[in-house]
Design a protein around this ligand. Structure first.
Ligand code: NAP
Ligand code: HSE
Length: 429
């Protein structure tokens, strides 16, 4: 049996998918008892030089013409963004052509309607590559933990920011590190999605649907990016035996029936597993009632790693085409919405960097303001000497986030404080 593949997009990921399908043709046929054959490809600019060579005869002028091609049985969407991806995927599903995609932006924005359409038309969308690149977290949550109850999920799910923070810790500037991440094919077409934390929030929303059965629009995830961090934050963290990681977290709060959800930079203890996740790698820590703790780590971004996950999904979906079986929904949102815990009520330790003028009495005023707001100091150092600004770096004992926030608002108003204080939660090992 031959399964006709229609590809939408032939960029960083698409080119590697094409190459893997061509080079792995015989092996895939053996595993599948069918052949995957790319029969149509849509790109924006047919004259562009690509990392793979595709016969001109396969190129089509629009995504729509690929989806409508009667030889296409399976649509692989790798254009990214919302439109025309949403329209093309919708048309494919209406025509009962299954879709494989790596497009978390599309699924986080329009997942509900697309998954419902799958269920109605008894077809499917496979999206392993949309979260964690080559890390098989979607399959793990959907299949391996299907009988379990996830209590906690803490993850590094954006390769670009992990790469940038690691490079900055080694002394590179933020623009240099980001440019390198872009050159290596890790970043989104608009890298603000990465550095502002939105890509991680989109992926977290999908994971929450899978892990907690809770429908969630990604824009509801409280999100902080890495743009306000300075190289000094990374070196202060290192001196304190920590590193800085952009984490995506979703944790059930026992007794409240609520989920504490957030994306943002954290201090992570140097000896911990998450601290060892370097470069563009990703990691997902899960704590579930029956299975206990489990960890998945691997390449989270980059053309080849992501393509491996895409092609694995193509093989998986093709198996069901060969078997003549329908879609495998229902997809996400198995249960109802889960209310969010108020992050202001969370109790956690924090790292603070406060840039001040080096004047008599400044430290006293800072510590008094923290004390007045019930924030207890675990350690304090001043970095720099008489050349303004100097950084006062503090670690707190566990404190209520609301108290800390109000203390920092008061501190920011002090005439010797030169810029808004930076604070990061510290992840407990
Ligand atoms: P990319 O390099 O920018 O490639 C996008 C491809 O889509 C290009 O070939 C482009 O055509 C084509 N395209 C865009 N708009 C089109 C349109 N209107 N009509 C036809 N073709 C169009 O992006 P990418 O890095 O491969 O990412 C693709 C998807 O994978 C995104 O959803 C991304 O979030 C996701 N993803 C990427 C990675 C990664 O590490 N890069 C990892 C996981 C998931 P031209 O080549 O002619 O411009
Ligand atoms: N831009 C994304 C990242 C690609 O850096 O993680 C993988 O989804």
């Amino acid at each position: 049996m031959r399964i006709g593949i229609g590809m939408l997009g032939l960029g960083t990921v698409g080119s590697e998918v094409y190459r893997l399908v061509q080079e792995g043709r015989d092996e895939i046929s053996r595993r599948l008892d069918a052949t995957l054959e790319v029969v149509a490809v849509a790109v924006r600019d047919p004259s562009r030089v690509r990392a793979c060579s595709v016969p001109e005869s396969l190129l089509r002028p629009t995504p729509e013409s690929v989806v409508r091609d009667p030889d296409v049985d399976l649509v692989v969407e790798l254009m990214g963004g919302i439109e025309p991806a949403r329209e093309a995927v919708t048309h494919a599903l209406r025509a009962r052509k299954p879709v494989v995609t790596a497009n978390k932006a599309l699924l986080a924005e329009h997942g509900t309607e697309l998954f419902e359409l799958c269920d109605r038309r008894r077809t499917e969308i496979a999206f392993e590559a949309a979260v964690g690149g080559a890390v098989p977290i979607v399959r793990t949550l959907r299949l391996s933990l299907a009988a379990d109850r996830v209590e906690r999920l803490v993850a590094i799910i954006n390769g670009t920011t992990n790469y940038v923070l690691g490079s900055m810790a080694e002394g590179r500037s933020y623009p240099e590190a980001l440019a390198e991440a872009q050159r290596l094919g890790y970043a989104e077409a608009d890298p603000r999605l990465d550095v502002e934390g939105h890509d991680a929030a989109q992926k977290l929303a999908l994971l929450i649907g899978l892990a907690f059965g809770a429908p969630l629009h990604w824009s509801a995830v409280p999100t902080i990016g890495i743009g306000h961090l300075t190289p000094a934050d990374l070196s202060h963290a290192a001196e304190l035996s920590h590193c800085v990681k952009l984490l995506a977290r979703a944790e059930r709060r026992t007794g409240q029936g609520r989920l504490a959800v957030r994306v943002g930079p954290h201090l992570v203890p140097r000896g911990s597993l998450l601290a060892s996740v370097s470069g563009a790698n990703n990691a997902v820590l899960l704590d579930s009632r029956a299975a206990g703790p489990s960890v998945l780590v691997g390449r989270g971004a980059g053309g080849l790693a992501t393509a491996a996950a895409v092609v694995a999904d193509m093989i998986d979906v093709a198996r069901r085409i060969v078997a003549g079986s329908a879609g495998i929904g229902p997809y996400l949102w198995a249960s109802g919405p889960l209310p969010f815990a108020d992050l202001d009520e969370e109790v956690e330790r924090a790292y603070l960097r406060i840039s001040v003028q080096d004047r008599p009495g400044v430290l006293g005023r800072l510590t008094t303001l923290l004390g007045e707001h019930r924030v207890s100091i675990a350690s304090l150092v001043q970095r720099g000497h008489q050349v303004d600004p100097v950084d006062v770096v503090l670690l707190t004992h566990p404190c209520r986030v609301r108290d800390l926030r109000l203390a920092l608002e008061a501190i920011a108003k002090d005439e010797c404080v030169l810029e808004p204080p930076c604070w990061l939660p510290i992840l407990e090992a």
